[in-house]
Design a protein around this ligand. Sequence first.
Ligand code: B12
Ligand code: SF4
Length: 550
Amino acid sequence: MIKHIAQKAVLIYPEFDTQDTFWSYFTSLKMYAAASEFGLPKRVLPPLGLMGLFNHLKPYYQSLSLVDKNIDPRPIQELIRDANHVFIGGMLAQEQSLLKLAKEVKRAGKLLIIGGTVVTPKSSLVTIADHLIENEAEGVIDQLLQDIRVSKAKKYYKGFAVLPEQFFQPDYASINMQNYMHMAVQISRGCPENCEFCDIPLRFGKAYRVTPFEKTEQSFRQMKQLGWTGQVFVVDDNFIANPKKTLAVLKNLYQIGEQIGYHHPKYTELTLRLADDTPIMHELRYWFHKSHFINGFYGVETPNKASLLETKKTQNLRGKRSLVEKLNYISEQTGAGVMMGMIYGFDHDTTDSVEPFIDFVNATNAPIVMAGLLNALPFTSLMARLEKEDRTIQNTSGNNSDGVINFIPYHLSVQQAEQNYLRILQGIYHPRAYFCRVLRHLNLIDPDLQSDYRDDASNNFIQLIKILSRKNALVFWIYLPKVLAIAYKRSRLNRSSYKVILAEYFSLCGQYTHFSAQVQVQEQQITTRNYQNYQLISWRDSQLLKKENK
Ligand code: B12
Ligand code: SF4
């Protein structure tokens, strides 16, 4: 048995530096959803890393609490008053508020431990925290706690890729699930691909490590016991990184659903390999459907082949199908929707690539498209290359859709890249463009997959009134007759399928309000931004100028 190390620890998830990012859905949640327990808008997802840490720390402390500052506005001094140790963790997009919190914690004289993807040896957090853990915490946390016990703890602990048996098991009772729109579970870590801009393989390794099935079952069972029947995000880096193992995972997820008597609607992140014409992918598509995946997020990145090659995203170029055909095929075969991650600002991108980019997105069946400007993140090959070429200009904010590029693009100036990005957002979130994609989506998804969970009539009704009477309502009414026609054609008067198609439409209307607000934020910021001289010239032109001046 582990002896207590101190009386009480408080775990804190800091506010996001900008509340209103692409994935925050902030505008829509504020406008349409019921508030969270402290009156603030709900958040999309809970802090899964801290929920696992919470469970792991139980034997070390007499009492523990977990606070999500995005939900809980109480002053920090009050929250940590009786704590001996304070653990704070998060991602880069929380670094500024984390710094502020950290200073307050230290002012209150508490022992401060910081972890999460925000931690790098260069971060200013290093000067404030007593101890930091970089990357995965499981392999070093016990050592750190033992070292604290004997007053021999180091400042910085470098985590490493642990065996999946060691993955923290999240405790869903450590949070109030009603404060969130969706729940999260992690089944695997790691990705064997080589996308130049991505920090995942360097952070979490190339090997696909799968949580033991019993632990995944425990997570779903606990969620169900605590009354959760909503969507669950399987937050894996690349869910199909090892197709054979993924097949076993999918079969297990199906079994879990059968055993607990409920198939949670799920979504995850994966690659377009799912559209490959191989026997294993055929089987994966079948089980993806059977285990109730209602959506997938695909890193499509760009329709520009040269840019895909440049960034080593060659998996998108496999097979005979075009990218648009692959996305359609996936929805046809699995009944799940598709969401896309897109990037502009590769070395092969020019102003001429803007229109094809917009046309490509608008030809797909993906209503939700996370378009970002390329940014060099710490721990990536892109960062290493750009640093070698001396092209980096600032640290990234960690928010890849804030319309800021942190290096000098090759064919474009910083100003051109940011203005072209704005044109892209305006082109893909124009109401006609978005709702044409929505109609294609509604024509392809399998409504039966969602029939069990789209059923909380009273809550849905209040939301519906808000959606159809507030911002953008006119547009939502304009497309409604087309949606009713699709619902009629596809459901063949099956009441539950009809209801699902309408519910999906209204949900996408609600989400549209957030995306259109995001575009307005970018319009306001990019059109009023002041650029310095070096931001008005492309890397290529600056090199040519240098040569001429020699
Ligand atoms: C789920 C997820 C989300 C969720 C929200 C998560 C949340 N609760 O807020 C959603 C979809 C909303 C989201 C949004 C965003 N995300 Co996100 N997201 C993820 C994802 C896919 C999984 C995170 C996760 O749950 N992992 C599983 C848990 C178990 O791991 P973990 O949190 O890292 O925790 C481990 C360790 O870090 C450590 N740890 C964590 N906290 C602490 C604290 C202490 C004290 C200690 C000791 C240890 C510790 O212990 C855990 C076990 O080892 C990651 C990818 C990844 N693999 O990290 C990206 C990732 C974290 N997201 C990222 C980004 C950029 C964003 C956005 C800014 C995108 C955008 N433009 O909007 C937004 C911002 C969010 C917002 N404003 O609401 C980046 C962050 C880059 C960085 N270096 O920080 C990542 C790494 C993806 C990537 N490679 O680009 N995201
Ligand atoms: S972008 Fe996706 S596929 Fe590429 S390395 Fe990162 S996690 Fe893997």
